[in-house]
Write a protein that binds this ligand. Sequence first.
Ligand SMILES: [Cu+2]
Length: 419
Amino acid sequence: MPGMAGMDHSKMDHSATAAPTADDMAGMDMSHPMTGALGPYAMSREASGTAWQPDASTHEGVHVMRGPWMVMLHGVLTGVYSSQDGPRGDDKAFAAGMLMAMAQRPVGEAGTLQLRVMVSPDPLMGKRGYPLLLASGETADGAAPLVDRQHPHDLFMELSASYSYRLSGKDSVFVYAGLPGEPAFGPPAFMHRLSIMDSPEAPISHHWLDSTHITFGVLTAGYIHDGWKVEASRFHGREPDQHRYDIETGDLDSTAVRLSWNPTANWSLQTSWADVKSPEQLDPGENQKKWSASAIYTVPVGDSGWWSTTAAWGRRSSGHEDLDAWMLESAVKPNAAWTIFARAERTENNELTSLGGHHGPTYTVGKASLGAIRDWRLSEHLTFGVGGLYVLNFLPRGLEPAYGGDPSGAMAFIRLKLN
Ligand SMILES: [Cu+2]
């Protein structure tokens, strides 16, 4: 970070009123504690979009004070080699990750403004994304659905602004707007969930639970009381198209509603509903109703470690068919060096044998993965990690011939992380 002195959040002295230093970094102002952008609670509660995680979550990243602004930077760049077995498998080397900048400042006596920019290197991996057996959703060419592959994310994953107004020491109201941004649906997006963010592998339940994290046009309003949050969004229902470098626009034709509850510092619960207009480019006549419920549990381990677990259920419903997904994931960081993570999923998917956007029969499939990463600290704000994971896929009898039984897969990866 040339010209920018970083500050470790955990080491920041909140009681000091420091004078600006030579590199123009001002100290923490006592009237301006490290609270959330949306309400008067610990900043560590805020995850992607307006979603919550437990207050006990570790909050990594570089924090800098610039006058009234607090700037936070988060970044991860992962180089991955993925090998997925069987006739529908493939091998590929690719880069994934994100860079996120947030700037927050008080406005008047009781207001807080936050601006966010999040970009992704995913478009560089090519329009067909990377091999991921049993994943489906979006398209590479505007004609064929992506199946057994994870789509690349758009270059701009979030460009958003929020404003909150404190009504009391426990109550606030807020508005959030993003182009793109994340509507009030589901748990935090997978790359922001402590329980799996160290894994470079996307979940196959993505299009049930958190694929709306990149939505081109979102407006959300909410009310927070203590550990409770209720919020509603209007958003553009169509998923991002195959052009991953652009900003798309369209009507705010869809609705989402979410109720979140953090009963203690260790728990974060939510349930949400969405009515999504024409999400799929290849099946524009189809609308979806979605439901989700999730629970995240996070506890500190030892001096600097943590353990975080997420359980989630999601349902997609269109026409007469309800398709469910279940997901359980957990990661433990016993010390600064190691992180071990695992995930199990089960989805009901009718896109695995679809033709030209027309859904095929529904199959219930499963996937389980287990991995670990070893990190080394390169400098105050940068770590380098080497990791790997192993995956097992579970197919129903009807799909075993197409996949060659129950294929396995593996990923090896290296990572640079700003923290
Ligand atoms: Cu995604």
